[in-house]
Design a protein around this ligand. Structure first.
Ligand SMILES: [Zn+2]
Length: 243
């Protein structure tokens, strides 16, 4: 069983990409329309749902709606949400980003749901919320490509952080080796972010690229494919399925 801890299923279906019955998915919505476009997979026992206000589209979804979904069990995680200061256009909204991130964090805490974080040049901002983040069942850093030092910083704050590796996390070979070697196996996840973040030379990402990510992890971690797969499946199951 593979795990795609961050995907946008409606956009994949729009490109006629099919889902595998051998994969657990956590599919993210940033709008009501996107959430509703999941109807065809709503009953699929391997598909889980998250919804959040993306830092790129701060007014597209309201916290009240996210809270309603959390309360009714329609979502099993909050996000993707976070801080993105990568461009001047995004950085200018930092205070609104911070405010909405805090609000979503509060919902995740109230309903004890994991948070899916999108972060670019915003790690220090995120770390300022450490005390609240440490009270969540888990925090998934989607498309993780930072350093072992960042992992330690999160561990020191007692944040139950999970590091989700997609094809973009594997681009810089030297950095990747060091980064992935430092991720504890019980805090490792895989993702495609499909149809976004295509692998080098391709136009779109595809749910099928997951297998090559697991292959790369197995080489770097010097562990068998089946061990890596089992660990990652356990990690996502612990996060998303409540007893
Ligand atoms: Zn995404």
């Amino acid at each position: 069983m593979l795990v795609d801890a961050h995907i946008h299923i409606p956009a994949c279906l729009a490109h006629s990409f099919s889902l595998s019955p051998q994969t657990i998915y956590l599919s993210s919505s940033s709008s009501i329309e996107e959430f509703r476009a999941h109807d065809s997979v709503r009953e699929n026992p391997h598909v889980f749902f998250s919804a959040g206000i993306h830092p790129w589209s701060l007014e597209q979804l309201q916290c009240e709606q996210i809270e309603l979904w959390a309360k009714t069990g329609a979502i099993q995680a909050i996000g993707e949400c976070g801080i993105d200061l990568y461009t001047p256009e995004l950085a200018v909204n930092v205070s609104r980003q911070r405010e909405l991130f805090a609000n979503q964090l509060a919902i995740a805490k109230a309903y004890q749901l994991p948070l899916v974080i999108h972060e670019r040049k915003g790690f220090d901002e995120i770390l300022q919320f450490s005390s609240e983040l440490s009270q969540l069942p888990g925090v998934i850093f989607h498309s993780w490509n930072k350093s072992p030092e960042h992992i330690v910083a999160l561990q020191r704050k007692n944040i139950n952080a999970f590091f989700s590796i997609g094809s973009s996390s594997l681009r810089n070979a030297k950095k990747t080796l060091r980064n992935i070697a430092a991720i504890p196996l019980d805090h490792l996840l895989t993702e495609t972010d499909a149809p976004f973040q295509p692998p080098a030379g391709e136009k779109l990402n595809h749910p099928g690229t997951l297998s090559s990510i697991v292959g790369a992890l197995s080489v770097i971690k010097k562990s068998s494919r089946s061990l890596i797969e089992d660990k990652i499946r356990q990690n996502i199951t612990n996060l998303l399925i409540k007893d």
